[in-house]
Ligand binder design. Structure first.
Ligand code: GLU
Length: 473
């Protein structure tokens, strides 16, 4: 806990929940049940390091809610992992899944390691052992609990998990659905890798297309020309920056833990990524100025600030110095409740994590469905659509006596590939979620911020499924 925070991460999620619960009509008992973490599995297991020494690992899997099955949420590898953090992140997953109508309960896992300090072989042993611990206690499975990537993990770790699970469960036909975020060759879905960043972009774009919201923030409509700062150049930050830039926004600042860089003319995330790979640092990028601390980037002059790294980076101490008009929470929990209060006073719009970064879990849902249905998206309809479109085009040309241009012909004929369907399912999900939350916010002027409106939406949905189930003994 930092000195600027009087309570833990899980308590701060509880505080946000309580703030929103006041705007709902549910019984206290139902609210308490939604808030509580149902199961916490804390494990310790030994690993032999490459130098022959034995090290004891500290790891967790938390299942926050089971009103829908399976539980869902990533696994993070980080030095900062502790029980409170994993509980908070699992709780956010419950609300996140509810908001984007993904039929999962909330879960999260974590191993307290800095992956940079371990060899690939050691990481593989740790991941496989963690998976078998989960199997032993029935904490993983396509109908039980389905992990995914998070901070410090990616496709490689997910491939180890699915392989370990499948080898321990011979004959389980749906084994591939035990984890998402897998490489495409191991049962993954095209479009999962960029999903969280693309979802962040779709969510902010929708907000920027709302005339009343933009008027309130004193900004012109649309994404084009807006100045964006992204903190974190991992999978989420990288792809967020990419989609903003490709849509005409100017990425003026980028930050990684060694520092930050600034260029009012705009930065290209791929060039910066390559520079960092080559030199080992984001600093000294040609044409850009250096900022000594990565948190300095948060205070840059810009329109949209995207914290895409870790929790609690904007708190009571630095929130008064934030100059952005919109803060888009790509990370989980980057702004503390004190920061929320300061934003409300300063008129900064904070677009909350538990819906804005839901693109990852939304596409995880598509991946899980693909695994259970054992068929690639687009396989059944691609050719049919292309044949139909070809026919429509030739009819138009025959009836009008005019020719459609080659570019248009290609575009109109195109039948959907897996990635097209995944991206469009994600776009639809993010637009719907943004509109639902904004409607709730507008319908009750006493709701102080968008986060509270998002929680109200989540609470209503989870409480409805509890009361529909009638599960209380
Ligand atoms: N770790 C991501 C999150 O925090 C993705 C979770 C998932 O796909 O299950 O939302």
């Amino acid at each position: 806990m930092s000195e600027h925070q009087a309570y833990s991460f899980f308590e701060s999620v509880e505080r946000s929940f309580d703030k929103a619960a006041k705007f709902t009509q549910w019984d206290l008992g139902i609210l308490e049940q939604i808030k509580a973490c149902n199961s916490v599995y804390r494990m310790r297991f030994p690993i032999k390091r490459d130098d022959g020494t034995i090290e004891v690992m500290e790891a967790y899997r938390v299942q926050h809610s089971q009103h829908k099955s399976p539980c869902k949420g990533g696994i993070r590898f980080s030095d900062e992992v502790n029980q409170d953090e994993v509980m908070a992140l699992a709780a956010l997953m419950t609300y996140k899944c509810a908001i984007v109508n993904v039929p999962f309960g909330g879960g999260k896992g974590g191993i307290k390691i800095n992956p940079r300090n371990y060899s690939v072989y050691e990481l593989e042993k740790i991941t496989r052992r963690y998976t078998s611990e989960l199997v032993k206690k029935n904490f993983i499975g396509p109908g039980i609990d389905v992990p995914a990537p998070d901070y410090g993990t990616g496709e490689r770790e997910m491939a180890w998990i699915v392989d370990t699970y499948a080898s321990l469960k011979p004959g389980e036909i749906d084994a591939a659905g035990c984890v998402t975020g897998k490489p495409v060759t191991q049962g993954g879905v095209r479009g999962r890798k960029e999903a969280t960043g693309l979802g962040v972009f779709f969510g902010i774009r929708e907000v920027c297309n709302m005339p009343d919201v933009m008027e309130k923030q004193g900004l012109p409509l649309g994404i084009a020309g807006k100045r964006v700062v992204v903190q974190g150049l991992g999978n989420v930050g990288y792809h967020s920056a990419k989609f903003f830039r490709e849509s005409g926004a100017i990425v003026v600042g980028l930050a990684e833990f060694e520092g930050a860089i600034y260029n009012p003319e705009g930065l290209n995330e791929e060039e910066v990524f390559q520079h960092r790979k080559k030199t080992g640092s984001i600093l000294n990028f040609p044409g850009a100025g250096n900022l000594a601390k990565n948190t300095d980037a948060l205070e840059l002059e810009c329109d949209i600030l995207i914290p895409a790294a870790l929790e609690n980076v904007i708190n009571g101490e630095n929130a008064p110095r934030i100059k952005a008009k919109i803060v888009g929470e790509a990370a989980n929990g980057p702004c503390t409740p004190e920061a929320d209060d300061i934003f409300a006073q300063k008129g900064i719009l904070c677009v909350p994590d538990m819906y804005l970064n839901a693109g990852g879990v939304t596409v995880s849902y598509f991946e899980w469905l693909k695994n259970l249905s054992h068929v690639r998206y687009g396989r059944m309809e691609k050719r049919f659509t292309e044949n139909l479109n070809t026919h429509i085009l030739s009819q138009i040309e025959e009836l009008t006596g005019k020719q459609v241009s080659d570019g248009e012909r290609k575009f109109i004929m195109h039948g959907p590939e897996e990635q097209d369907l995944v991206h469009s399912g994600l776009e639809e999900t993010m637009i719907t979620a943004t509109r639902e939350i904004m409607e709730i916010w507008k319908s009750n002027p006493a709701i102080p911020d968008m986060r509270t409106a998002a929680y109200v939406n989540a609470i209503n949905k989870v409480a409805t499924s509890y009361s529909e189930l009638g599960i209380f003994p």
